[in-house]
Design a protein around this ligand. Structure first.
Ligand code: NAG
Ligand code: NAG
Length: 341
């Protein structure tokens, strides 16, 4: 049986550090000594698979082919037309742009589903042999009820992300309205899936309503109702359902003292079951969450070794550091940011 880390032990661990100096030391102490436990790569994979299932947008990156390979049949989708006014010298440069994504395949191994429009630069690059990476970030549907704060100013104002830098008044409601991003994105998980695109066999055929193509279309249009106008076979653009075959996964769960940051073995990504990701909850899925707090609904239940043992833990990610820790972090960050102005 793994030890069960509860909210109480996490909090009492923090409360024991009463001075700024002790708190600063606590930041440097490994999680096993401080009472915090950093989630494993498997637990992070479970969160990641849930994020993939709930997130409709990502940034898909490709690399331009070498210049001498860029000429295509400009009369067809997929070729480079003069209309596009593509300049020479793009070969080898990376190119990333927002794309619609969905999680629609029955095999449930975590390969994102994408409706590729052949005329799009991303898909031209992929057709010319580029590998791809897809960046996805968790965007909470609700802002936190309680923000990360430091000395009365919001954390974001230190990073220059607050719209009104000069507004030092202490009215919390006004603060919230003035901040362009109502949560700490650095504190939330994001990941990059690396691999290549391939057509989904049968994906373009909707003649059988129980077939692969029809099921993909129904699932995709559920996430993206406007995409029904460019489903495969439409009269405007050549389009195909493709999958991103995930070969590598890089994960940044949030701040490194409480979240896992690093590569997730691809077998762990693929192995996550629907049941597992449906059980976990991400920060901000429900109203009234607090950025630093431990919360009942953020508990993660994971099966260890074939389901014979179960451990429940609250990711250390959600524990509440004490104000001196935030001060200590600000002390480190501020000199790097230079004078505020
Ligand atoms: C794509 O990535 C694979 C490794 O997964 C590599 O062998 C291959 O050369 C890459 N293709 C290109 C065009 O860079
Ligand atoms: C995960 O996948 C690997 C490789 O396919 C397999 O060997 C392993 O047993 C799987 N683990 C679990 C927990 O299902």
């Amino acid at each position: 049986m793994r030890p069960t880390i509860t909210a109480t032990t996490l909090l009492s661990g923090c409360i024991a550090a009463t001075t700024a100096a002790a708190a600063a030391v606590a930041v440097a102490v490994p999680p096993s000594h401080s009472g915090l436990r950093i989630p494993t790569s498997h637990e992070s994979a479970v969160l990641g698979r849930r994020i993939l299932a709930l997130t409709p947008l990502g940034t898909l990156s490709t690399v331009f082919p070498e210049d001498d390979k860029q000429k295509g049949d400009s009369n067809r989708d997929g070729g480079v037309s003069n209309q596009e006014r593509r300049s020479p010298g793009l070969g080898g440069l990376p190119y990333g742009l927002m794309e619609y994504i969905a999680d629609c395949e029955d095999d449930d191994v975590g390969n994102p589903t994408i409706l590729a429009i052949s005329i799009g630069t991303t898909f031209k690059n992929a057709a010319a042999g580029s590998n791809v990476s897809l960046a996805v970030q968790w965007t909470p549907p609700y802002p936190p009820a309680e923000r990360i704060k430091s000395t009365g100013n919001s954390w974001l104002s230190y990073l220059g992300l607050s719209r009104t830098e000069d507004d030092d008044d202490d009215d919390d409601d006004d603060d919230e309205r003035d901040i362009s991003l109502p949560y700490s994105a650095a504190n939330l998980p994001r990941f990059s899936l690396l691999g290549h695109l391939e057509p989904i066999p049968g994906g373009d055929d909707r003649s059988d309503e129980d077939g692969v193509g029809a099921r993909l279309a129904r699932c995709y249009v559920k996430s993206h109702p406007d995409a029904r106008y460019w489903l495969p076979g439409n009269r405007i653009h050549e389009a195909h359902f493709v999958r991103l075959v995930v070969e590598q996964v890089y994960w940044v769960g949030g701040f490194g003292d409480r979240a896992y940051i690093g590569w997730i073995p691809v077998e762990e990504w693929r192995n996550v079951t629907r049941e597992e990701w449906q059980k976990v909850r991400l920060p901000g899925e429900k109203k009234g969450w607090k950025e630093w707090s431990t919360q009942e609904d953020l508990k993660i239940k994971v099966n260890v070794k074939g389901g014979s043992e179960t451990s429940i833990f609250t990711t250390s990610f959600f524990s509440r550091p004490r104000r001196p820790i935030i001060k200590a972090i600000n002390g480190l960050v501020q000199p790097l940011l230079g004078p505020r102005g």
